[in-house]
Ligand binder design. Structure first.
Ligand SMILES: [Zn+2]
Length: 245
């Protein structure tokens, strides 16, 4: 139990985790991690345009459809556990009750690392407020005075996954993860997102481009590692090491 390797992804909307870190999820599941995905909302109002164009659509039907897609995608990635907090979207309602619910999840999961969105997203404030929310909940989960007696959180890294419209987001990757071994799982998860078919090839191209950055930063022509698909992340906190590499 003490050695259980766990990770937590905090996704503003139901599909975000698929495009942005589906490879990291599938890869770590294969490495023996138990990855929990917390979807703060279903993206029911803001990221479901294709469904809303259908005649007679209702909010509940959109939420149900988005939930099913996310569950199918999570299954394709081998996700250990997916939680839906149903906090509403556009805008997300990140009140104190929501924070304490998330802190409970963080303390229960005790993640070795966490993931969320970029710190800045002028196109989609739900995303950047989710990052603030993740940082705040991480901080509360570390506080010995919050629900004394519970196991407090250590200091898991918070990785910010790649946003849409990357260049506008003040997001700068400092970690590249080779996801080539699990690319087929990520693509299968992407194809579960029936409502956003226009993004399928876009995110395949992103993964190929990040694969190129992986090759360049692992040595390039001078002995770099081969890599066809990768994901980029921005780590927030310093690493603590015994030896520089
Ligand atoms: Zn989103």
């Amino acid at each position: 139990m003490a050695d259980k390797k766990t990770a937590l992804v905090i996704s503003a909307h139901a599909a975000d985790f698929v495009w942005r870190c589906g490879g990291a999820i599938a890869l770590h599941q294969e490495k023996g991690y138990e990855v929990t995905v917390a979807c703060l909302s279903f993206g029911e109002r803001g990221e479901s345009a294709k469904l809303w164009k259908q005649e007679g659509m209702t909010l509940e039907r959109v939420k149900a459809a988005r939930k099913e897609e996310a569950e199918n995608a999570a299954a394709a990635l081998g996700v250990n556990d997916i939680r839906f907090l149903d906090l509403g979207d556009y805008p997300l309602k990140l009140d104190e009750e929501a924070k304490f619910r998330m802190v409970d999840i963080i303390r229960e999961v005790q993640p070795k690392w966490m993931m969320s969105h970029s710190k800045w997203d002028p196109y989609n404030t739900d995303h950047m407020y989710t990052t603030q929310f993740a940082l705040e909940c991480r901080m509360i989960a570390q506080a010995w005075g919050h629900n004394p007696g519970q196991k407090v959180l250590g200091a898991p890294q918070l990785y910010l996954f790649e946003p849409h419209q990357t260049e506008q987001m003040e997001w700068k990757p400092n970690v590249f993860l080779d996801i080539t071994p699990v690319w087929d799982k990520k693509r299968a998860a992407i194809e579960c997102m029936q409502g956003q078919e226009h993004l399928w090839n876009f995110y395949t191209n992103v993964a190929e481009n990040r694969g190129n950055h992986f090759r360049r930063n692992s040595g390039g022509q001078a002995g770099g590692r081969d890599c066809r698909y990768a994901e980029g992340f921005q780590a927030i906190f310093p690493q603590t090491v015994d030896e520089l590499a």
